[in-house]
Write a protein that binds this ligand. Structure first.
Ligand SMILES: *[C@@H]1O[C@H](CO)[C@@H](O)[C@H](O)[C@H]1NC(C)=O
Ligand SMILES: *[C@@H]1O[C@H](CO)[C@@H](O)[C@H](O)[C@H]1NC(C)=O
Ligand SMILES: *[C@@H]1O[C@H](CO)[C@@H](O)[C@H](O)[C@H]1NC(C)=O
Ligand SMILES: [Zn+2]
Length: 507
């Protein structure tokens, strides 16, 4: 339906005339809205639509008809003609503190990552300032890319100050962060101390966008130990927004963090949302447990390919799955790229079954709508939040506005295909979190952003210098005491004749 300008101005006048109770309304006009229909549980496309945001929530959406009974207050009208409006993306697995390492890990392996960039070794590199600014710049990067909600697996909790610095940056970022304090074995700052800091932070954090959560990866090391019991008890208290853990088996042997392992310690079937990251070795039993307890995994397509976690069965549990980015210093930061990679590699995998039988695939197994839902609504569900990742009445106003006339988008008629398969981060014009602009007209809305960049570059330069001066680890013998040996990988050759083109790292 066409929404006529006259009707719009009449509406705005009507709107202004009503009692001014709230000065925080925004009306997005003329755009194509990718809303969510609770009835069909599918995206619902509204062309030439109207979207009203009141404070932090979506008040209503329509195809141009004036609402009956609209509440009152001032309204800022934002013209979205020729634009596509989607929910913000939800990233259910990231380590924001690692931003300062950017580009150093372009060819890293998981074994090398553990000994060079991971929480096991990185502590001496960071001051609280480095930690704060690395986390902040990383979240800005995500916001710029339309990621409005992040489950941050914060394993920089080596001291009270370093833990607080990452939380403070999350609070200051303007993004919606489920900040998962990682309980881990650290010298002179044990898990009981970490839990007591968690309690303090949990009662002190007053930001409406930051939710204190828990990360724990040591169910494997101490399934009956005091630390694990303390974490399990804390989860049972019910004040953590989310619990998250890494699960990667095979020769990595992190198996007790599986759905089965979490069920054995009695937390999978609880009201706390649980996100099992990677779940790279998911079993049929584990999948059943996730469904019956309504818990989710986070697939990080690019990281699982980059490092070789692999994900042989993840396409069989997409009904309880969301998408994440993981160690964004080494690759893309945006969920759009993750959704696209996952869509096409899953198609490849499913087609291969048919082609391996020398048969011709008759259907395309995976639609752009499904990839879109994984990147948005499923992320909200993984975090236990039906009001995130959807454009629907009463959902949080976390929104991305795409330039439908950019060279890559021009000519679209299906807005979901346009975003999932043709758009790039460069096509993102506006991003709103909780009803506030964090990116507007293609630029982050951040006070003193130049100063943030300068601080970040100072930290990044210093830390990257230290890493460049540190020799690469020898990958010989067995990996981290698992008893499994290192094995060779075939080196790719892109050059005719001698040489392979592998080259150095130009850092
Ligand atoms: C974090 O913020 C709190 C509250 O503003 C402040 O008291 C504390 O010093 C900050 N800590 C760090 C490490 O930045
Ligand atoms: C989870 O708890 C519910 C309610 O207590 C129970 O009915 C269900 O069987 C439990 N599921 C599992 C997998 O233990
Ligand atoms: C990454 O590339 C550098 C430069 O070619 C090389 O020295 C290093 O061994 C590579 N790292 C891995 C883990 O393959
Ligand atoms: Zn991770």
């Amino acid at each position: 339906m066409q929404f006529h300008e006259a009707a719009l101005s009449a509406f705005v006048i009507f709107y202004h005339a009503a009692v001014a109770a709230c000065a925080y309304s925004k009306l997005l006009t003329g755009g194509t809205i990718v809303a969510y229909d609770e009835g069909t549980r599918l995206p619902k496309v509204i062309r030439d639509g109207l979207l009203l945001i009141r404070e932090d929530r979506i008040a209503w959406i329509s195809d141009g008809a004036l609402p009956d009974n609209v509440a009152t207050g001032d309204v800022e009208v934002i013209d979205c003609t020729d634009k596509i409006i989607t929910p913000g993306f939800i990233d259910t697995h990231r380590h924001g503190w690692q931003t300062v390492f950017k580009t150093l890990g372009s060819n890293t392996t998981l074994a090398e990552y553990f000994s060079r960039y991971s929480a096991l070794v990185a502590r001496p590199l960071f001051t609280p300032e480095d930690l704060y600014i690395s986390q902040l710049a990383g979240i800005h990067e995500a916001l710029n890319a339309g990621v409005t909600t992040i489950l941050d697996h914060a394993h920089h909790t080596w001291t009270r100050e370093l833990a607080a610095a990452g939380l403070n940056a999350s609070v200051d970022s303007g993004a919606r962060i489920f900040w998962a304090y990682t309980f881990q074995n650290v010298e002179n700052f044990g898990i009981p101390d970490q839990i007591s800091q968690w309690r303090e932070l949990s009662s002190a954090v007053s930001s409406k966008l930051t939710a204190l959560s828990i990360a724990y990866d040591d169910f494997a090391n101490s399934p009956e130990g005091a630390d694990t019991l303390a974490v399990v008890n804390l989860v049972h208290e019910g004040n953590a927004a989310v619990l998250t853990t890494h699960h990667v088996e095979g020769p990595w042997m992190i198996e007790e963090n599986s759905p089965e392992g979490l069920h054995r310690v009695g937390i999978l079937n609880s009201s706390t949302p649980i996100v099992v990251s990677h779940a790279a070795s998911l079993t049929p039993r584990g999948a059943q447990l996730l469904r019956s307890t309504n818990q989710h995994i986070s697939i990080t397509p690019e990281s699982e390919m980059h490092y070789g976690h692999l994900h042989p069965a993840s396409h069989l549990i997409l009904d309880q799955a969301s998408l994440g980015v993981d160690t964004h210093f080494a690759f893309s930061t945006d969920i759009l790229t993750q959704a696209r990679m996952w869509l096409q590699t899953t198609r490849y995998r499913v087609y291969k079954n048919t082609l391996d039988r020398w048969e011709i695939p008759v259907g395309n197994p995976f639609s752009v709508n499904q990839a879109f839902l994984l990147a948005t609504r499923n992320g909200g569900l993984a975090l236990g939040r039906k009001d995130l990742g959807v454009i629907a009445p009463d959902a949080k106003a976390d929104i991305v506005v795409w330039d439908g006339c950019s060279p890559s988008m021009l000519g679209w008629s299906d807005p979901i295909a346009a975003v999932i398969l043709h758009a790039s981060v460069g096509d993102i014009e506006h991003v709103l979190v909780d009803g506030e602009f964090v990116k507007r007209d293609g630029k982050l809305v951040i006070e003193g952003y130049k100063g943030v960049q300068d601080r970040f570059l100072r930290s990044a330069k210093r830390i990257q210098g230290l890493l460049k001066a540190t020799p690469l680890p020898q990958q010989e013998g067995a990996f981290l005491g698992t008893g499994y040996p290192y094995g060779q990988v075939m080196e790719i050759d892109v050059q005719r004749g001698e040489g392979t083109g592998y080259g150095p790292i130009y850092a």
